[in-house]
Design a protein around this ligand. Structure first.
Ligand code: FAD
Length: 428
């Protein structure tokens, strides 16, 4: 399907405008004065929710609990890995949220008690709430690859949470001799950012093409298919020839084991041996640990929610947004987390004021860079139908397969402007 951008924009603007009318309509009449909302996790979902709660109803006391004083976005972190951007360009502070009246507690939450209406943080202090929004992102299941561990990630990074891990992977690629093999192990669905491993492969190949042309990128995959596969593989052929090799699960691609000292992974039923000069293991994932510990996750490790409000199906008065929740067909993306956060903030503000939540609509666009002048994207608008999230037919779609170079280049400009805008929407 070809994107009809004008149509998508019209739908997006119409839905966000109607959402805002619905949202700003009720607080003028009903306010939740003195009510307290605790937000656990100051990433994309949590920071957006905290900010929008204060916008929708400034009488709500919002406390954002997040251990770090700065946040590194995962989006654009592949450009840092590929040497196109500096780590500082993806770093954001909470100063502007504080100016909006969000109270910051830079500690780790250790328990969310829905019945007792309180969050406990490191050191034992508790924060009382009338409603709680939990947005802890993902936990990495290191044990999904035998021999891998958090300690091993200091030598073989995952770089699936941005910051120190991103810098480590970049440093290793810079130190790698020409002629080496860079191995990426991609996980099975569901996981954070479905096109992410393939964008990373692309931007590392771009770096190799310029600086280490005898090197190779080997993607060992636990799946048969991946997001935007046709667009990625066409772009790889055009830009990098045979520099990138992708091995699906059916061709022995699933990494089962790693020997960290030997810098070797073992994949498939036959445990085929692959030695890497640099290895990037992306393990299977679940909702962040606090969600598991607080009874918010199901037996698969993800959090079921009511898709109209993002209230947990398992703990009343607690809401889960972002990568941690089950929101398929929305992907686990930053744009999705940002979109869910606004709907959830509106629903929480309404509930605390004794009103009803506005009718939600959600958007998502995922840009991926195949090269510095070669961007591709997938976009969708979502609505609720009979209590379930579904993609609106005819809204969004994939970049055209036969797009001219100028369109690919324009998608890179769109990707960069999306980054500037969403970062400001979250932290500004
Ligand atoms: P996060 O942003 O990870 O935030 C979770 C926060 O919770 C963290 O700050 C963490 O410190 C905090 N936390 C965890 N546990 C606790 C606790 N117990 N107490 C207090 N705080 C806690 N998405 C896009 O839309 N577009 C892209 O182009 C894109 N590119 C990506 C590229 C890569 C390489 C990767 C890995 C991801 C990419 N994503 C992209 C996905 C996007 O980054 C995630 O979907 C998004 O960050 C999810 O937001 P979140 O709020 O659920 O989690």
């Amino acid at each position: 399907m070809t994107i009809n951008r004008r149509k998508l924009l019209q739908v997006g603007l119409a839905t966000s405008a109607s959402a805002l009318v619905g949202v700003s309509g009720f607080p003028g009449i009903l306010r939740a004065a003195g009510k307290r909302v605790a937000v656990v996790g100051g990433g994309v979902g949590g920071a957006t929710a905290a900010k929008y709660l204060r916008i929708f109803d400034p009488s709500i006391e919002v406390t954002l609990i997040e251990p770090s004083k700065e946040y590194y976005t995962c989006f654009m972190s592949n450009e840092v890995v590929g040497g196109m951007k500096d780590l500082n360009s993806i770093k954001f502070s909470y100063d502007k949220l504080a100016k909006r009246g969000v109270k910051l507690v830079h500690k780790m939450a250790t328990a969310v008690d829905a019945a007792g209406k309180k969050v406990t943080v490191d050191g034992g202090e508790t924060i009382a709430f009338d409603a709680c929004i939990v947005a802890p992102g993902i936990a990495l299941k290191y044990d999904s690859i035998a021999g891998y561990s958090e300690a091993a990630s200091e030598k073989i990074p995952h770089a699936w949470k941005a910051g120190a891990q991103t810098a480590l992977l970049r440093k290793q690629l810079e130190a790698m001799p020409d002629g080496g093999v860079f191995i990426i192990a991609a996980p099975a669905d569901p996981f954070r950012c479905p096109p992410g491993p393939y964008e990373r492969a692309s931007l590392v190949a771009n770096y190799f093409k310029q600086k280490k042309p005898k090197s190779k990128v080997l993607i060992l995959d636990a799946k048969e298919e991946f997001a935007k596969k046709g667009l990625f593989t066409a772009g790889w052929k055009k830009l990098y020839g045979d520099m990138i090799e992708w091995v699906p699960a059916s061709k022995e691609g699933k990494v089962k084991r790693v020997d960290v000292d030997k810098m070797t992974v073992y994949a498939g039923e036959l445990e085929g041996e692959h030695k890497g000069a640099v290895i990037n293991l992306i393990p299977q994932q679940s909702a962040g640990k606090i969600a598991l510990d607080s009874g918010l996750a199901n037996d698969k490790g993800w959090c079921p929610v009511n898709p109209s409000t993002f209230e947990s199906s398992q703990q009343k008065g607690v809401y889960v947004i972002g990568d941690a929740c089950i929101a398929a067909p929305m992907p686990k993306s930053g744009y999705a987390a940002n979109s869910q956060a606004k709907v959830c903030a509106a629903a929480v503000a309404a509930a605390l004021a004794g009103g009803s939540p506005p009718t939600p609509a959600y958007t998502n666009t995922c840009y991926s860079l195949v090269g510095p002048d070669y961007g591709i994207s997938v976009a969708a608008v979502y609505k609720i139908n009979e209590g379930k999230l579904e993609a609106v037919k005819g809204a969004g779609g994939l970049s055209p397969a036969d797009a001219p170079d100028a369109v690919r280049k324009r998608e890179v400009a769109y990707a960069h402007s999306w980054f500037t805008n969403i970062a400001d929407d979250i932290f500004g």
